[in-house]
Unconditional design. Structure first.
Length: 234
């Protein structure tokens, strides 16, 4: 008689119930890049968006307000333990790591990684572990290399990996490190990343056929010669 590891079926059910998640990493120069990214996302995006921007540990972050004004999706800081939900941008608050455990968002005061809390690697690893191929990772402008290891984890889990073109980024350190270490599937200007994400979402198992056609139409309509595919697919 078939058996299963205790709790394994519950974890798989949680992952299937949770919406896909798009994780985004940014640091220096990131507010402008994130604003452009948010502006390009559709109002009916069938995924959660989770953002890590390196900020000082004290004080209040204005990023949720900036991103809400920039685009069609509401942005806010999450509450610890809240469920993932599609169509919202969740921004890691200052001095807290943001992770995903099964289908919930968690906030912790764990050790700094890459000199930062929040750190993008922490978020991306957790999402890759919880959602597998139903996650995407995006690395935008910033210095140093936070996000490179996390993006590699997303790719290893079968998720979509994208990086802002370093030539466009105000600070190319993070995008360059991600390209070198994670072999992203797509590299391009920030304004082109949302189309790739929508196309990927439409092709996930369970997506309705009309969503696939709509995504393909959007890609054709907004085609940009500056786009370029990375050299390898994962």
């Amino acid at each position: 008689m078939p058996t299963s590891t205790e709790g394994g079926d519950d974890l798989a059910d949680d992952a299937r119930c949770a919406p896909p998640a798009v994780t985004v990493a940014a640091s220096a120069g990131g507010v402008e890049a994130l604003s452009s990214f948010a502006a390009s996302l559709p109002a009916d995006l069938p995924a959660a968006v989770l953002v890590v921007l390196h900020v000082p540990p004290g004080g209040r972050s204005m990023l949720p307000r900036i991103l809400t004004r920039a685009g069609r999706l509401p942005a806010r800081h999450p509450a610890d333990g809240e469920p993932l939900a599609a169509g919202v941008i969740l921004v890691a608050p200052p001095d807290r790591h943001m992770t995903v455990s099964e289908d919930q968002v968690r906030l912790t005061a764990g050790a700094r990684e890459n000199g930062h809390r929040p750190a993008a690697d922490v978020l991306m690893r957790s999402v890759a572990e919880s959602l597998g191929p139903r996650c995407a990772g995006v690395v935008l402008s910033g210095t140093m290399d936070d996000g490179a290891a996390g993006l590699s984890a997303v790719g290893a889990a079968g998720g979509l990996t994208l990086v802002q073109d370093p030539e466009e980024a105000a600070f190319p350190g993070m995008p360059s490190a991600a390209i070198e270490n994670a072999s992203p599937r797509f590299i391009g200007p920030v304004a082109t990343l949302a189309d790739r994400i929508c196309d990927w979402l439409a092709r996930l198992p369970g997506a309705p056929p009309d969503a696939l056609r709509a995504a393909a139409t959007a890609l054709d309509r907004r085609a940009d010669p500056a786009r370029r595919m990375a050299g390898s697919e994962h």
